[in-house]
Each structure stands twice: as C-alpha cells, then as structure tokens.
Design a protein around this ligand. Structure first.
Ligand code: 5RP
Length: 234
C-alpha cells in the first residue's frame, strides 16, 4: 500500500466519491458506510438536486453527518419491514485487492457495515489508490468482540499466528471492543473470515472476502477507474 500526501489523498477521495454519484438509483433508499471517504460522499449527496429518498447509515457518525446536511436517515429494520429495497451500498475500505476483497473496520464500524452491505443489492467501494494491495494483510485486521470474550478471542488469534491488540478509543456503536490483529496469513481471506466469524464472542471480522465489493471506484492522480468483480471470488 503506497502512502499519499494528505492533500492529494483528500482530492482523490473527493474524486472517487463524485464518481459514485453515477451509481445512484433515483428515488431509492441508499446504504452508506463510514469513514472519511464516506463523509465526503455524504457531503456531495447533500448538494444534489434530487438526493436519495433516505440513507441507511452504518455508523452513528455517518448518520449524524447526513442529518446535519439535511439528508433523511432511516433505520434498516424500518426500511426492510416496509418491504423496501436498498439497491446500492457505498462505502470505503482500508485495503482492497484485485478481486475486490477488502479489509474494513479502521473506523470501528465493520459490523454495521457488513449488515447494511448484506441488506443491499450492490456494493460500491470508493477509495483512493493507496488502498489497493496485491495481498490483504498489511493493515491490521479489526475484529469486533463482545468484551467478555476478548481474551478468549485473543488466545485463538495467537494460535493462528496473529498478534492481537486491543484498540484504544472506547467501544463501538454496538457497545463492543475491537481487537486489531497483525501477522495473520490472509492468503485465503474467505477461509479466514468464515473461520474467525464462527468463534463465540466474535461479532464480525473486518474481512469482506466471502462477499466483497461488486464495483470499486479507485481514484488515482491520473484518473478515476471503475473495476467490476469478476465473480471469481470464494
Ligand atoms: C470504517 C471503515 C472505512 O471504510 C475504512 O476505515 C476507510 O476509511 P477512510 O475512508 O477514512 O479511509 O471500514 O469502519
């Protein structure tokens, strides 16, 4: 993963977010993730002549930002109970590979991101080119855990060769803790994701490999590229 200067990085986030506006389905509810790239996207939604009917947000942070911009925010349960669909979900990533598998959760919203993405039709990942990797795993893998299970999960992570570290900065929106894990072999990310997520006390692992993005919009200094999943995942 290459590091971009801060100025360039924010311009690229804006470019990726702007390109994602073309993916919107007019009149539909839109799912949105969390993070600085999504913040920029939400700001751009607020400037549209016809913004989405409503947003289902994957974090309190995103919901607060959307409301402050005058956008309508609805709860996922209410939308689904009403029989409505969410055709598009837009979110950032901490790492994304060529098969559009991702590590997410740098902003601690991984569980709700997985939930809203699962409830949505099409996952559009927006990112600057610094997030593109050949192999996932340089970014520490976030795992959301129920607090009483922290040491149990940490022990199992160590048995897999990982080095877990409890994230400072309080609890997630769900009242849980995050373990950031370095050193795991993520050469088969689908297997690792499925394996870790069956452990008692694990709420979600920040691997989005079993279900990765459907489209990635990657902004680089020489332009914005749209990549589609090949279907070769898993
Ligand atoms: C939050 C996430 C974000 O999508 C990820 O951390 C990328 O954030 P940013 O757009 O700030 O680089 O997974 O849980």
């Amino acid at each position: 993963m290459c590091k971009l200067p801060a100025m360039q990085s924010s311009e690229l986030k804006r470019a990726a977010a702007r390109a994602a506006l073309d993916e919107l389905v007019v009149g539909a509810v839109l799912g949105v993730g969390s993070g600085s790239t999504v913040d920029v996207f939400v700001d751009q939604l607020a400037t549209l002549a016809s913004p989405p009917a409503a947003l289902v947000c994957a974090s309190e942070r995103t919901a607060a930002r959307a409301r402050s911009q005058g956008l309508r925010v609805r709860e996922l349960n209410e939308v689904l109970a009403g029989g409505e669909s969410i055709p598009i979900y837009v979110d950032g990533a901490d790492e994304i590979d060529s098969q559009l598998r991702m590590i997410k959760g740098g902003g601690a919203a991984l569980t709700r991101e997985k939930i809203v993405a699962a409830a949505s039709g099409h996952f559009v990942c927006i990112a600057d080119v610094s997030k593109c990797v050949e192999r996932l795993g340089a970014f520490p893998l976030p795992i959301e855990v129920v607090p009483m299970a922290r040491e149990l999960v940490a022990r199992r992570v160590r048995a897999l060769g990982g080095e877990p570290r409890l994230r400072d900065g309080g609890l997630t929106d769900n009242g849980n803790e995050i373990l950031d894990v370095r050193g795991l072999d993520l050469s088969r990310p689908e297997q690792v994701e499925a394996h870790i997520e069956q452990w008692p006390g694990v709420v979600a692992a920040g691997l989005f490999a079993v279900h990765g993005a459907d489209t990635a919009i990657i902004a680089a200094p020489d332009g914005v590229e749209r990549r589609k999943a090949t279907g070769a995942r898993g």
